[in-house]
Design a protein around this ligand. Structure first.
Ligand code: IMP
Ligand code: MG
Length: 177
């Protein structure tokens, strides 16, 4: 069992909603000439974000998933990233948008991009709901970011702490009591 903690609200469901509308507008513009965009969610943390995002996109999309894992404990992201589940579909020559929950050290996104680039997509862009720039170890930034946040451990809207709190409708930060 983990130590007791409370969750302080950081980003409301309403603020997430409003930001998603803005991001969707930019994404639609960027991919205006694409007949079918492949939207790739990184499991598990992006499952709510991708569900809301594709409903805002109002364009022809194919949804696929990639699962990564990192060794390490619940709060420490490790530097070693493995692909646990590959895409079902082909992305060669296609336009791809990778959807990530948080860019923290940057190792996960860097590894995933390298893995997907090897399949020669026509275009490969990324969106992260959250970004913790102060934690970066790899020089990488998503094409679009929902919110920059300070170095806090967050949960909700798909994001977990030891597999808990993914179903919170907002983003909160974990505070140990
Ligand atoms: P990175 O490889 O260090 O950029 O870590 C990315 C992954 O670590 C994210 O996709 C999350 O799954 C996890 N992660 C990073 N920060 C947090 C957090 O504050 N709460 C929960 N998971 C996090
Ligand atoms: Mg993740």
């Amino acid at each position: 069992m983990s130590q007791p903690y409370v969750i302080d609200k950081l980003i409301s469901a309403k603020a997430i909603d409003a930001r998603l509308e803005e991001l969707a507008r930019e994404i639609r513009q960027r991919f205006a000439d694409t007949d079918k965009l492949v939207v790739v969610g990184l499991l598990r943390g992006s499952f709510i974000f991708i569900a809301d995002l594709v409903r805002e996109l109002d364009m022809n999309v194919e949804v696929d998933f990639l699962e990564t894992s990192s060794y390490g404990n619940a709060m420490e992201s490790s530097r070693e990233v493995r692909i646990l589940k590959d895409l079902r579909g082909e992305i060669g020559g296609r336009d791809v948008l990778v959807v990530e929950d948080i860019v923290d050290t940057g190792h996960t996104l860097a590894h995933v991009l390298k893995f997907l680039e090897a399949r020669a997509p026509r275009r490969l862009e990324t969106i992260a709901l959250l970004d913790k720039p102060s934690r970066r170890e790899v020089d990488i930034k998503a094409t679009w970011t929902g919110f920059e946040i300070p170095d806090e451990f967050v949960v909700g809207y798909g994001i977990d702490y030891a597999q808990r709190n993914r179903n919170l409708p907002y983003i909160g930060k974990v505070r140990f009591t």
